[in-house]
Design a protein around this ligand. Structure first.
Ligand code: IDP
Ligand code: MG
Length: 142
């Protein structure tokens, strides 16, 4: 079954709206199969965002994502990656389609409320950074 990694980013944790975002994603018919609260350290942040290491915003992004605790979730379901990307909206909340999570909860292009894996392959790699296999309660294991 398809999986995606979602991060409820620190800006949402400050405003106490994490539950509302989880609820929206559950309403897409996707299941929470793993969930934890953690504070990403620098090393994890740099690995998770390694693809952006040469971008001008990398340093600021790593500082931000490791600045406070966040919630990491594995969602499972048919088309999970695409469904979540669509529900999130564009990276910049100012350009995100109306009623998307980033349009409704994002503050800036950096503090944009959520992360969602951009492909099935990326999802598998990202999930391994945050969860051991025995922490993931896939439907077929229940
Ligand atoms: P995505 O999260 O929509 O896949 P990416 O381009 O992969 O967007 O960027 C990863 C994260 O880096 C974004 O979610 C956002 O937090 C941050 N970011 C992206 N572009 C910028 C920028 O131009 N300035 C500051 N932060 C950015
Ligand atoms: Mg991306």
């Amino acid at each position: 079954m398809e999986r995606s990694l979602v991060l409820i980013k620190p800006d949402v944790m400050h405003t106490g709206l994490g539950g509302a975002i989880i609820n929206r994603l559950e309403k897409l018919g996707l299941k929470v199969v793993a969930l934890k609260m953690l504070r990403m350290d620098r090393a994890l942040a740099e690995r998770h965002y390694a693809i952006h290491k040469d971008k001008p915003f990398f340093e600021s992004l790593v500082n931000y994502i490791s600045s406070a605790p966040l919630i990491a979730i594995v969602f499972e379901g048919e088309g999970a990656v695409e469904k979540i990307r669509k529900a999130m909206g564009a990276t910049d909340p100012a350009k995100a389609e109306p009623e998307t999570i980033r349009a409704d909860f994002g503050l800036t292009i950096e503090r944009n409320a959520v992360h969602g894996s951009d492909s099935v392959e990326t999802a598998e790699k990202e999930i391994k950074l945050f969860f051991a296999e025995d922490e993931i309660f896939s439907e077929e294991k229940r």
